[in-house]
Write a protein that binds this ligand. Structure first.
Ligand SMILES: Cc1cc2nc3c(=O)[nH]c(=O)nc-3n(C[C@H](O)[C@H](O)[C@H](O)COP(=O)(O)OP(=O)(O)OC[C@H]3O[C@@H](n4cnc5c(N)ncnc54)[C@H](O)[C@@H]3O)c2cc1C
Length: 195
């Protein structure tokens, strides 16, 4: 494995992060972490400008890993993976630190929020070093499901999958299905009959 050369982008997300986390201080901290080649702050890293900067840096600094510290990966992980891939880097050489939902939106004290942002980004920087390049592939799959356990959860899952048109095999180790529900008479909170 070639020596990690990591680019780190700390997003202000407007005032979402910028008002609650001392982003310039975080960037100064990140620049001192091992293997960090470049660290920058952005107003909106997810913008076209923010993404272009990452792509330009990958080329200019020969980066082989990228970390973005911004919002939840549910929001923009794919956005940044695509940007990284556009620049010719495997998209799995990317890690995200969530310093919005996990920090600025929930930590009321600015000093504590800044300290937590540093810890999360430091973790992401260390983690990304150990990530591998992955390639998507397609495999034939059996279009059926086997569910282990015929409790209420297994029964409901079996019904949902069957209603979607797939064969289901429900495997239960006891002589009858129902699990714990079958032992109960009425259930909280509706006091419905459980069987
Ligand atoms: C005393 C009591 C009172 C409760 N009261 C309420 C209430 O009032 N309201 C409410 O909403 N919830 C209540 N609950 C909770 C509710 O019963 C459970 O949340 C629910 O039954 C869990 O369903 P389940 O399908 O996830 O698991 P389970 O009911 O535990 O079903 C799991 C099934 O998997 C089977 N199984 C396990 N391992 C294997 C294996 N290796 N191979 C094959 N089969 C396997 C078991 O035999 C079982 O049938 C109560 C629970 C208890 C114990």
């Amino acid at each position: 494995m070639s020596e990690p050369r990591i680019g780190v982008y700390v997003c202000e997300c407007g005032i979402n992060i910028g008002a609650q986390v001392d982003v310039p201080e975080v960037v100064r901290f990140v620049r001192r972490l091992p293997n960090v080649t470049v660290a920058r702050e952005n107003k909106y890293t997810c913008s076209e400008t923010g993404q272009s900067l990452i792509k330009e840096d990958i080329e200019a600094f020969d980066l082989n890993r990228v970390v973005v510290a911004s919002c939840s990966p549910r929001m923009h992980e794919t956005t940044f993976q695509m940007a990284v891939a556009d620049a010719g880097l495997n998209p799995y050489y990317f890690a995200m630190a969530n310093i919005r939902e996990h920090v600025s939106w929930v930590v009321p004290d600015k000093a504590q929020a800044t300290a937590k942002a540093k810890r999360l980004i430091s973790s992401a920087v260390h983690r990304v070093k150990y990530q591998s390049a992955l390639e998507p592939r397609q495999e034939p799959v059996t279009q059926a499901a086997m569910i282990i356990g015929g409790g209420i959860a297994g029964i409901q899952a079996a019904l949902t999958i069957a209603e979607a048109g797939y064969p289901v095999y429900l495997v239960e180790r006891e002589p009858s299905i129902g699990g714990h529900m079958a032992d109960l008479d009425k259930t909280f909170p509706t006091l419905d009959c459980s069987v």
